[in-house]
Write a new protein. Structure first.
Length: 314
């Protein structure tokens, strides 16, 4: 086993989707250089080839705080700790709870314990790669786990994302004890989206038990979904073709895709004609009141008044 260093170190390592081929070199190096590796048992199993000669501490699924406390204790002893999690440590991963534990213990960046977050591909990245290109326009991620977040908060976020036409990645969509949340999420989205909106359910991307299913929003609740699944819900422009789920960025609206030339009224390298400048100019020529404009565009009336009151620039 490696001799502990005089100054402790905690590396918060996102191992990506699970395949060693998709782990970053920095993540691999942090594990190789560590003398103690801590993580959820399933994640530890995914990196077993890198663990020879290391102290390995396995924790259960809901023991995130215990993992962080153990990492702090080991680092205080001068050990180099790799605290591993799947995906990215900063996206529903171990970075947040670890910093909470550290700050509560009086740690600061100038302390004798070094802390580094090493990024990895999150589930939304790996799952999107398995189904095509569903995230090439604006998207957001929402966890359906109400273990730590009140359901009304989650529901409001789902509603806001649905209204705003985001592509949405749903993390923690379902578990053995939580089966209703995905049904409620579907109901919220069906209030704003076409029932035939494409969705993708990807289980264990890049792992041995990987499963990919494409479906329509109307059928989402009947799909096979579990804790290791991520659900991608398309926006109003997302389509499926030849088994691939794609969200257009909008190039076809601005350019002729057969020639690459800008369409009439558009200029290469310039904002869309309906971008902020063009939209603002159109608003100022409109005779509607700010209240009517707010309802038309689904925007706050105060914002519309701000736009209309901005000084005209030459």
């Amino acid at each position: 086993m490696t001799t502990p260093c005089s100054t402790g170190r905690i590396s918060l390592v996102g191992i990506g989707p699970g395949s060693l081929d998709h782990m970053t070199p920095a993540a691999r190096l942090a594990i190789v250089e560590a003398d103690t590796v801590i993580g959820y048992a399933t994640y530890i199993k995914l990196i077993e080839p890198l663990l020879d000669g290391k102290a390995v501490i396995r924790k259960a699924m809901t023991e995130e705080i215990e993992r962080a406390l153990e990492a702090l204790d080991q680092a205080r002893q001068g050990r180099r700790v790799a605290l591993v999690c799947s995906g990215d440590a900063g996206v529903y991963g171990m970075a947040g709870p670890t910093y909470e534990v550290l700050f509560e213990a009086g740690w600061t960046p100038s302390s004798n314990i070094e802390v580094e977050v090493i990024p990895g591909a999150s589930a939304l990245n790996s799952c999107a790669a398995r189904v095509g290109a569903p995230l090439t326009h604006d998207f957001c991620a929402i966890s359906l786990s109400d273990l730590l977040t009140p359901w009304p908060v989650i529901a409001r976020r789902l509603h806001a994302a649905a209204v705003a036409d985001f592509v949405v990645a749903l993390y923690n969509p379902k578990s053995g004890r939580r089966g209703e949340q995905i049904v409620h999420a579907q109901a919220i989205f069906l209030a704003h989206r076409d029932p035939q909106t494409p969705v993708a359910i990807v289980k264990s991307a890049y792992r041995a038990k990987q499963r990919v299913e494409l479906a329509a929003l109307a059928d989402l609740a009947e799909c096979e979904i579990g804790m290791s699944s991520t659900v991608l819900i398309g926006n109003s422009h997302t389509f499926v073709r030849d088994g691939l789920m794609v969200t257009p960025r909008g190039y076809a609206d601005k350019y002729d895709v057969t020639s690459g030339e800008p369409r009439e009224g558009e200029r290469r390298g310039r904002s869309l004609s309906t971008g902020l400048v063009g939209w603002r100019a159109a608003l100022r020529e409109d005779t509607a009141t700010p209240e009517v404009l707010a309802a038309r565009f689904g925007l706050p009336e105060a914002y519309l008044r701000y736009v209309l009151s901005e000084p005209t620039t030459v």
